[in-house]
Design a protein around this ligand. Sequence first.
Ligand SMILES: *[C@@H]1O[C@H](CO)[C@@H](O)[C@H](O)[C@H]1NC(C)=O
Ligand SMILES: *[C@@H]1O[C@H](CO)[C@@H](O)[C@H](O)[C@H]1NC(C)=O
Ligand SMILES: *[C@@H]1O[C@H](CO)[C@@H](O)[C@H](O)[C@H]1NC(C)=O
Ligand SMILES: *[C@@H]1O[C@H](CO)[C@@H](O)[C@H](O)[C@H]1NC(C)=O
Length: 236
Amino acid sequence: MKINIALQILFLASAIVSQEVEEQKVKISVYYSPLCSDTVRFFNQQFGPVYDEFKDKMDIELHPYGKASHYWNDLKEDYEFLCQFGRDECFYSKYHACALDVMPFNESLSLIRCLFEQHHERSKIISVCEKTHDIPIRAFKGCFENNSSALMAGHGNSTELIQLTFVPTIVPEGDTCLKRRDNLYKDFRVAFRKEYASKYQKYPDDVELSESEREKLKDLCTPDFPQHLFHSFMWL
Ligand SMILES: *[C@@H]1O[C@H](CO)[C@@H](O)[C@H](O)[C@H]1NC(C)=O
Ligand SMILES: *[C@@H]1O[C@H](CO)[C@@H](O)[C@H](O)[C@H]1NC(C)=O
Ligand SMILES: *[C@@H]1O[C@H](CO)[C@@H](O)[C@H](O)[C@H]1NC(C)=O
Ligand SMILES: *[C@@H]1O[C@H](CO)[C@@H](O)[C@H](O)[C@H]1NC(C)=O
């Protein structure tokens, strides 16, 4: 009986502990193109440093595809792609897709960030980054040969679902609100802290919210100006 109670207490205690350490993360999905200069700038100047600061508060999902399109070719029994920046872009999208598929997420993200940092050296990017990263060569080759089309088409399917208007598009918590996406693109650190604060009533660096901030952060989607104007600005 005593043992039984002791076990129950232990069980309760561990349940409380596991609840306490339950991770508080904001989901961020990035729909991007490996070769688009706005994407390069976003990863190097915005996403990279903020990820280093708050990575355990983020649940990141990456979709390399951009404004490509694809269809299934019955004759070739494979997907065909048309990429905005040509065949090179398709190649890199597949390369990113395989990195994400065969490597642990943190390792693939590190490789992808290296590719963006070396962007100015287009012809040498891959060899430079493969030297500084631990690539599972066989799995990677297998993926590239046999699975990269399907993986890229999968990212294409995901991209179609979010009605991408701009590359990159950053989607918080699967939300469709254009203002939240745009804020994350313009100043990722400020907007990410707000997203987190809105979800957890505190900032990711544990700064408390004031009463007025709490009120303001209740609805991150309230437009500053009419949404239809915002739509037309996106296209200018
Ligand atoms: C990825 O995570 C593993 C295990 O947590 C760690 O050992 C490794 O150093 C990390 N790699 C990078 C590039 O952060
Ligand atoms: C791709 O798949 C084929 C057929 O299953 C297999 O023979 C080939 O070895 C695979 N390629 C790689 C690089 O693994
Ligand atoms: C890769 O493709 C092969 C053949 O199409 C399939 O059997 C395998 O499950 C795929 N692997 C992954 C990780 O998707
Ligand atoms: C993408 O979506 C189409 C249409 O719904 C579907 O037929 C196809 O299997 C999907 N492809 C992948 C790789 O998920």
